[in-house]
Design a protein around this ligand. Structure first.
Ligand SMILES: [Zn+2]
Length: 117
C-alpha cells in the first residue's frame, strides 16, 4: 500500500521548477508530503486514473497478443511503479512509465503504445 499523502503547510513549501508540457517555466512553491517526502505535482496536465491505462493496455492487446496472466502482471507493475499515485505524477510521467513497462514486457514499439494513449 502506498502513502496516503498529507501535504505540508504553506510556510514549508519548497521552491522547485514548475513544468508545463515538458518545459520548465520558472520556480513555484510545491507542497510536499510530510509522511514520505514526495513532492506534489503541480503540472496543469492532470494525471489520469489508472483505469485509463488499464483500458489502454487492453486496447493494445487487440493488436498484440497479451496473455491474461501477463496482463495481470502488467497491472501489478503499474501499481508498484506508482502510476496511480496522482499526488506526485503528472500525465507525462505516467505515460513515460506506462510505455516503459509495456515495452519491457511486450515486444511492441513505442509508437504502437502511444497509439492507444
Ligand atoms: Zn506521502
Amino acid at each position: 500500500m502506498g502513502c496516503n499523502h498529507e501535504s505540508c503547510g504553506d510556510a514549508e513549501k519548497v521552491w522547485l521548477p514548475h513544468t508545463y508540457r515538458g518545459c520548465e517555466c520558472g520556480l513555484k512553491p510545491h507542497p510536499y508530503c510530510t509522511k514520505c517526502g514526495e513532492v506534489r505535482n503541480l503540472s496543469s496536465e492532470k494525471p489520469r486514473n489508472i483505469g485509463y491505462y488499464i483500458n489502454a493496455a487492453a486496447a493494445l492487446s487487440r493488436e498484440v497478443k497479451i496473455a491474461q496472466v501477463q496482463m495481470r502482471l502488467l497491472f501489478k507493475e503499474m501499481e508498484q511503479a506508482g502510476l496511480d499515485d496522482a499526488y506526485g505524477m503528472d500525465r507525462e510521467q505516467q505515460e513515460k512509465l506506462f510505455i516503459e513497462i509495456l515495452k519491457r514486457a511486450l515486444n511492441v514499439s513505442e509508437n504502437s503504445i502511444r497509439g492507444v494513449l
